[in-house]
Design a protein around this ligand. Structure first.
Ligand code: 2P0
Length: 320
């Protein structure tokens, strides 16, 4: 028997940046995201007659990523009392050009495949909790549209829920690949380092307020408010990195150039906002009528820039 699940990546508009418990991936703050239609992972699980193996895009993976996946699946097996050897195959439909991390879709799809393979009939809440243990942001990819990951206080209370599975907001995301990839500081390391910033307490203390404001913006279909808040929240996250002891940044010179371009576009009446994750590329939040103008200006300002357009994607689904 083989079970396959599909999960889409998400982009956080209110970001998770700080862990209360690294092993359980309990966050210090709640977060909110938009699930994206263009980027997803398909993962299948079947029985193995020999060892547990992990293939990504049809290739057997190195020890590090294999271990992360296998240890995760073992942990789930222990929780539910299984011990079979498994073959796990994932296909990522997350183009590197998107500059988006695939761990959100990867662990959500894996939790889904596990649920299907063992016929567990888990609720979305339970699936979200299990996905979270694999990678924090994966908790939100169980759901489509807008999802909120409530921080909770222990393993059972930290999971995401759907805010709006099928939003009517005119909201697009342009993933801009700036061709300036550098060796990354992992999210886990970045989050740990950010906690040394003198502004970290402020970041935590503002979380309830910013989350509530974002939920209000979504419920009232207020794109301007959503964009302003998302940009502020991303800037706060990156300010923590700059002011950590020692400081660091994911930004490259082109990141700053792109930020200024977004600000210039706004001055000219083309409404758009940026958000940035643990890397140098920016994602632009905008509306349908402005996409062409933004693409044109970015293409003229950057050589060989790749821009991928995305909008709302669905939650976890099962393929077989
Ligand atoms: C987020 N990021 O909310 C934040 C914003 C990046 C910037 O979650 O360590 O791969 O596996 O729990 O989920 C990326 O980190 O981290 C992330 P782990 P994850 O989307």
């Amino acid at each position: 028997m083989k079970a396959t699940a599909r999960a889409h990546t998400n982009i956080a508009l209110i970001k998770y940046w700080g862990k209360a418990d690294a092993k359980l991936r309990l966050p210090l703050m709640s977060s909110l995201s938009m699930t994206l239609d263009k980027f997803y992972t398909d993962t299948s699980i079947e029985k193995s007659s020999e060892n547990t193996e992990f293939y990504l895009n049809n290739q057997k993976q190195d020890t590090e990523s294999t271990n992360r996946v296998i240890n995760y699946v073992r942990r789930l097996q222990n929780e539910f009392g299984f011990s079979d050897k498994l073959i796990i195959k994932s296909t990522n439909h997350v183009p590197t050009a998107a500059g988006l991390a695939s761990s959100s879709s990867a662990f959500a799809a894996l939790a889904g495949a596990f649920n299907k393979f063992y016929d567990l009939n888990l609720s979305d809440r339970e699936l979200s909790r299990l996905a979270r243990i694999g990678s924090g942001s994966a908790s939100r990819s169980i759901f489509g549209g807008f999802a909120v990951w409530q921080k909770g206080h222990d393993d059972l209370s930290s999971f995401a829920y759907s805010l709006d599975e099928n939003p009517q907001m005119d909201l697009s995301l342009l993933a801009v690949e700036l061709n300036c990839q550098k060796k990354k500081v992992s999210s886990t390391l970045g989050m740990k380092q950010a906690q040394t910033s003198p502004f970290f307490d402020t970041w935590i203390n503002r979380n309830d307020y910013e989350l509530e404001e974002m939920i209000t913006a979504i419920k009232s279909n207020d794109f301007t408010k959503l964009g302003e808040l998302a940009e502020l929240n991303a800037s706060e996250m990156h300010a923590l990195n700059f002011t950590a002891q020692p400081g660091f940044t994911y930004f490259e010179p082109d990141t700053i150039k792109a930020i200024k371009l977004v600000q210039d576009l706004r001055q000219k009446g083309i409404e758009c906002y940026y958000t940035i994750d643990a890397g140098p590329n920016i994602k632009i939040l905008t509306q349908l009528r402005n996409i062409k103008d933004i693409e044109k200006i970015f293409e003229s300002e950057f050589n060989n820039v790749k821009i991928i357009k995305a909008s709302f994607g669905p939650g976890l689904s099962y393929l077989d």
